[in-house]
Write a protein that binds this ligand. Sequence first.
Ligand SMILES: Nc1ncnc2c1ncn2[C@@H]1O[C@H](COP(=O)(O)OP(=O)(O)OP(=O)(O)O)[C@@H](O)[C@H]1O
Ligand SMILES: [Mg+2]
Length: 260
Amino acid sequence: MAAVIDLAEVSIVRGGATLLDKITWTVDESERWVIIGPNGAGKTTLLQVISAQIHPTSGVAGLLGEVLGTVDVFELRPRIGLTSAALAERIPRSERVHDVVVSAGYAVIGRWRESYDDLDHQRADELLDQLGILSFSDRTFGTLSEGEKKRVQIARALMTDPELLLLDEPAAGLDLAGRESLVRTLSDITRDPYAPATVLVTHHVEEIPAGITHALLLRRGAVVAAGPLADTLTAENLSETFELPLQLTEDRGRFAARAG
Ligand SMILES: Nc1ncnc2c1ncn2[C@@H]1O[C@H](COP(=O)(O)OP(=O)(O)OP(=O)(O)O)[C@@H](O)[C@H]1O
Ligand SMILES: [Mg+2]
């Protein structure tokens, strides 16, 4: 198995604050990880490192067989599919849904004069279909509901056939039906042996798709626990992560937590 992420004591320091504190973490290509932690724990910062958006202040970040700082990030980034609130904000409201997805192949947001070949258009349609939103192809992005927008972003992230898929709070802002529907779609992706290595960030154990294999619990920039899901996602570790006594239940691969 090849490591797609290989972090050794990676720290991020900004203005005297330690956002990430000596994170050592390995993700193999067959693994699907969830990162759980409270607001401000450093989850998005960690995703910025593993999407080659920022470099470690100290430590070594191995990514897709390369080492950050010794490689052209513009060659690395197209190999990584990312969805985040920050990226979603940059998608023009007037952009056609099909174009939001097809333009990912060129790492541009806002379609502008590039030409795409038939295979690109076909791939975009296949992904829109897989995400259940093919009928929205001709709509403009700004007219979609939050749930529909999330699905467009995931289709876009998969468009380049990435070796690593990173999803920052994909279910944030969705209603119960929307969340359940998206979790089911994400379960299909994470269970697919041909899907890329995946890292999904969430605050809520209810949003963990059934195909997730590993968990990393993050608190105040440091790893509380990391490893196979069954060993790592325990009431004890979760309580330590959220600094609150929590009860955890599991039913057929889905989790629920409450104070207890
Ligand atoms: N440039 C910066 N300078 C100082 N602090 C920063 C900077 N950027 C982020 N932070 C702080 O780093 C911490 C971690 O932020 P991050 O966005 O990674 O958290 P998160 O776990 O994604 O939180 P959330 O669940 O709310 O999205 C926060 O306390 C944030 O305020
Ligand atoms: Mg965040």
